[in-house]
Design a protein around this ligand. Structure first.
Ligand SMILES: Cc1cc2nc3c(=O)[nH]c(=O)nc-3n(C[C@H](O)[C@H](O)[C@H](O)COP(=O)(O)OP(=O)(O)OC[C@H]3O[C@@H](n4cnc5c(N)ncnc54)[C@H](O)[C@@H]3O)c2cc1C
Length: 463
C-alpha cells in the first residue's frame, strides 16, 4: 500500500483531520486540486465562531458548541487571531419576535449557556448604534471571530511537519475499491491505500452512493467597511430571517465591519445597498471599502461512515458554521480511522507551528532586533498592511509554503489593504519567482491559468 490513509480535499476539514491523524504512526497523504490549502474558506479573513444558537440542525448545533469551546485554546496554541465578540440575534417585527422566542427556548434545551433574552432598552445598552426598531433580541456571550486561513494553515503546517504528504495541484478523478483497500486515481497518479476520507463535494466517484442531504444556498452580497468607519458595532449582529432574507454584520479581525445580505434570489447591488440602509441608517457608499459576492451555505452536514467497514468515510454538505465545527468533525473522523487501523500515538509528534514575525504588530525595539538579524525585515513590500520582504520570503519557505500570490496574501496579509495589492503585486510576484526559481510568466494569482504576467512584450537577444 502507498498510504494508510488518503484525505481528499485540503479545505479546513481536510487540514484539521490531517493534523489530528498526524499524531499517529500512520502514513498519510492529502490530495488537493488547487495550488494551496484552504482556498475556499471565506475570502474575508474573519469568520464567526458560532455557538449552535441559530443552527437548525441539532447535531451540527452540538458540533458548533463543542467547537466553540475548543477555539480559544486552539487559537492560543497556534498563535492566531481570535477575538471574543458577543452575538445579537434581533427581531424587528411581531412575527420574527415569536420566532426568536422559539430559537431561545430551543437553545436552552440544547444546553447553551450565557444567552439572554433582551427587550428594546437593554438591546441598545448592549449595542448603542443599532437602529431603533429592534423589539427583542437574544444576546450570546459565547461567540467570537477568528482568522479562518490562519487556522487552516496552522493545521496544515503542523501536519506537514509531522509527516503528512500534501499533494497540491492534483485532482482526484476516481476512487475504486480493490481487493484490499482503495485505488485513488488522480490526473497525475494512482495511489493505493487502506482508508479514504473524502471531504470534497464530488459525489460521482465509483465508490459513492447518492446521499440525499438538504441543500440550502443563498446569494450573498458583502460590504466591507474600513477600519475607520463611524458605524462601529461591538457585537456580531444578525437579523431574525424574514422572507428568507439573511442580514448580518460582524466586526472583522482587522477592526473593519462586514455586512452581509442575501436571499434565495439574486438581487442587484443597488437593491442590496438600500436594504442594508434600513438596518444601518446613516451608511453611505463612500463607507464601503470592498464589495464581494458569495454563496451562503446552510446544508445539512453528514459524516457518512456507512462504508467504514470497507475503509471509506465522507463528509457531505457545506455549512456556514463549518469553520467552528471543523476541530470537532476532525476529532470524530480521526477516532473512527484510528479504531479501524489499530494504530498508536507517535512519540515524536510536535504540536507547534514554526515561529513567524508580524512586522506590523512588533514594537520598534523588536523590529530593530529582527532587522539586525535579517535585513529583509527592513524592506516594506506592502505599504498598506506593513508587510516586509522577510515575511514574504518566510511565507514561501515555510513548511507547506505559499506558491501563489493569494497564498502569500493569506499567510502575510500583503495585498489585503486599501489598494488591493495594486502597489505591491509585482514586487510579490517577483520575490516568489526568485524564491521558487521560476520565470515571472509562471507565477499565478491563485488557480491554474490565473497568471500575473501573460508574456514578455519584447525579447532581446542582446542590448
Ligand atoms: C461566504 C462564507 C462565509 C462563511 N463564514 C463562516 C463563518 O463565519 N463561520 C464558520 O464557522 N464558517 C463559515 N463559513 C463556512 C466555511 O468557510 C466553509 O464551509 C468551510 O471552509 C468548508 O470547509 P470544507 O473543508 O468542508 O470544504 P472546502 O473548503 O470546500 O474543501 C474541499 C476541498 O476539496 C478540494 N477539491 C474539490 N474537488 C476535488 C478533487 N476532485 N480533487 C482534489 N481536491 C478537490 C477543493 O478545492 C477544496 O479545497 C463560511 C463560508 C462561506 C462561503
Amino acid at each position: 500500500m502507498d498510504y494508510d490513509v488518503i484525505i481528499l480535499g485540503g479545505g479546513i476539514v481536510g487540514c484539521a483531520v490531517s493534523y489530528e491523524l498526524s499524531k499517529y504512526n500512520l502514513n498519510i497523504a492529502l490530495i488537493e486540486k488547487d495550488y494551496d490549502i484552504a482556498d475556499d474558506v471565506a475570502f474575508i479573513n474573519s469568520s464567526v465562531v458560532y455557538d449552535g444558537l441559530e443552527c437548525e440542525d441539532t447535531l451540527l448545533a452540538k458540533l458548533e458548541l463543542m467547537g466553540n469551546k475548543l477555539m480559544p485554546e486552539l487559537a492560543s496554541k497556534f498563535d492566531i487571531g481570535f477575538k471574543k465578540k458577543g452575538y445579537l440575534l434581533v427581531a424587528n417585527s411581531e412575527k420574527s419576535e415569536k420566532k426568536l422566542i422559539g430559537v431561545y427556548d430551543r437553545a436552552l434545551k440544547r444546553g447553551i449557556e450565557n444567552i439572554y433574552l433582551l427587550d428594546a432598552p437593554d438591546i441598545h445598552e448592549v449595542e448603542p448604534n443599532l437602529s431603533k426598531n429592534a423589539r427583542k433580541a437574544i444576546y450570546s456571550k459565547n461567540t467570537g471571530i477568528i482568522s479562518p486561513y490562519d487556522l487552516a494553515i496552522s493545521y496544515g503546517e503542523i501536519a506537514f511537519d509531522n509527516g503528512v504528504n500534501f499533494k497540491l495541484g492534483e485532482e482526484v478523478l476516481d476512487i475504486k475499491n480493490i481487493s484490499k483497500g482503495f485505488k485513488v486515481v488522480t490526473n497525475k497518479n494512482k495511489f493505493t491505500c487502506n482508508m479514504v476520507l473524502n471531504t470534497t463535494p464530488a459525489e460521482n466517484y465509483s465508490i459513492d452512493s447518492k446521499n440525499k442531504i438538504n441543500r440550502d444556498r443563498k446569494y450573498m452580497k458583502y460590504f466591507l467597511l474600513g477600519e475607520n468607519t463611524k458605524r462601529d458595532y461591538k457585537n456580531i449582529v444578525s437579523m431574525m430571517e424574514e422572507n428568507n432574507e439573511k442580514i448580518y454584520t460582524m466586526p472583522t479581525i482587522k477592526n473593519g465591519l462586514l455586512i452581509g445580505i442575501g436571499n434565495h434570489k439574486k438581487v442587484s447591488y443597488e437593491k442590496a445597498f438600500q436594504r442594508i440602509k434600513c438596518f444601518m441608517k446613516d451608511i453611505s457608499e463612500e463607507d464601503v471599502e470592498e464589495f464581494y459576492e458569495s454563496l451562503f451555505y446552510n446544508d445539512s452536514l453528514i459524516i457518512d461512515d456507512s462504508l467504514v467497514d470497507k475503509g471509506y468515510i465522507k463528509v457531505i454538505g457545506k455549512h456556514y458554521g463549518q469553520i467552528t465545527a471543523a476541530s470537532v468533525i476532525a476529532t470524530i473522523v480521526c477516532e473512527t480511522i484510528v479504531n479501524n487501523l489499530n494504530c498508536i500515538l507517535k512519540k515524536d509528534f510536535v504540536d507547534r507551528r514554526r515561529e513567524f514575525y508580524r512586522f506590523r504588530d512588533l514594537s520598534n525595539e523588536s523590529r530593530k532586533k529582527i532587522i539586525k538579524l535579517n535585513k529583509n525585515y527592513g524592506r516594506i513590500i506592502c505599504y498598506c498592511e506593513k508587510v516586509t520582504e522577510g515575511e514574504i520570503i518566510d511565507a514561501i519557505r515555510r513548511p507547506l509554503g505559499a506558491r501563489t500570490i493569494e497564498g502569500i496574501k493569506r499567510r502575510t496579509g500583503a495585498g489585503f489593504g486599501n489598494c488591493n495589492g495594486s502597489q505591491c503585486i509585482c514586487s510579490i510576484a517577483s520575490i516568489l519567482s526568485r524564491e521558487i526559481n521560476k520565470d515571472m510568466t509562471y507565477i499565478v494569482k491563485d488557480s491554474k491559468n490565473s497568471n500575473i504576467v501573460k508574456g514578455r512584450i519584447k525579447e532581446f537577444d542582446e542590448m
